[in-house]
Design a protein around this ligand. Structure first.
Ligand SMILES: Nc1ncnc2c1ncn2[C@@H]1O[C@H](COP(=O)(O)OP(=O)(O)OP(=O)(O)O)[C@@H](O)[C@H]1O
Ligand SMILES: [Mg+2]
Length: 240
């Protein structure tokens, strides 16, 4: 139904598929388990998760891509990764596929769903919906009526949908998607994201009644972490 990976883009970013560092892979498996068990299964409906952060550059795309891969590595789970960062789309670059057709094309009513999703060859049951053409009005597009029909369609096909979004302290795009998902994971940078920044992000997410599942503490250094065992309820994705 969906096309296989198409045109190569110039740069391909690293993932846990190409660079499977043991501790990092294990951290993503722990994250997968925690996410999965925090949301009840509903027959005929995919589990949908938004990844966001307070600030730019905290690792949202890296963490969503690797989490999506980790979900897809479970044999019986069909996974879709959506790039809903319609301002600075990057997830397609991790797989070397084109972003020309994707979410924006579908939401603008320009293309059928099957033309906006690509199957990725590296893992069975793993698909990507890239950003599509970057639109001038991302917020309007993401809050439009087509979002509802998109998720209704995806429910028929996928078990898990992972959505990469822009930072909530900068633009409201992620907040527009929250009403359609089961949970939000906030990515923060070890030793960089401040308490106030994180608190601002959480406040905004609460305004739209988002279910915050937890914080991924990204770019931790193992030496720092050993000093802080009391924070062991945080998920860690180490600097690689
Ligand atoms: N755990 C990590 N170890 C090493 N490098 C990382 C890690 N996480 C992210 N990076 C690097 O940091 C940069 C920013 O990461 P990424 O693009 O995932 O962040 P982002 O939050 O999606 O950014 P944006 O707000 O621009 O969308 C990238 O170059 C990425 O490769
Ligand atoms: Mg990003």
């Amino acid at each position: 139904m969906f096309k296989n990976k198409s045109k190569k883009s110039t740069r391909t970013f690293d993932t846990i598929l190409r660079n499977p560092v043991f501790r990092v892979v294990e951290a993503y498996k722990t994250l997968r388990t925690n996410i999965l068990f925090s949301v009840p299964a509903v027959e005929g409906r995919s589990k949908r998760f938004v990844f966001t952060s307070a600030n730019p550059n905290e690792g949202k795309s890296t963490v969503s891509v690797n989490t999506a891969i980790t979900f897809a590595q479970q044999t019986d789970v069909k996974v879709l990764l959506i790039d809903a960062d319609l301002r600075k789309a990057t997830t397609h670059k991790y797989f070397g596929v084109s972003s020309k057709k994707g979410l924006s094309n579908y939401l603008a009513g320009q293309d059928e769903l099957e033309n906006c999703i690509q199957k990725l060859p590296d893992v069975e049951n793993f698909y990507i919906m890239p950003s599509g053409v970057l639109p001038p009005n991302p917020s309007e597009l993401l809050s439009g009526k087509h979002m509802e029909s998109l998720f209704a369609e995806l429910d028929k096909i996928f078990d898990v949908v992972i959505i990469d979004t822009p930072p909530v302290n900068i633009v409201a795009d992620a907040l527009s998607i929250c009403p359609f998902v089961d949970g939000v994971i906030v990515v923060a940078t070890d030793n960089k994201t401040t308490y106030n920044e994180l608190q601002d992000a959480v406040k905004q997410l609460k305004v739209v009644d988002a279910k915050i599942l937890g914080v991924v503490l990204n770019r931790t250094r193992i030496s720092n972490y050993r000093k802080r065992q009391k924070y062991s309820n945080y998920y860690r994705t180490e600097e690689v």
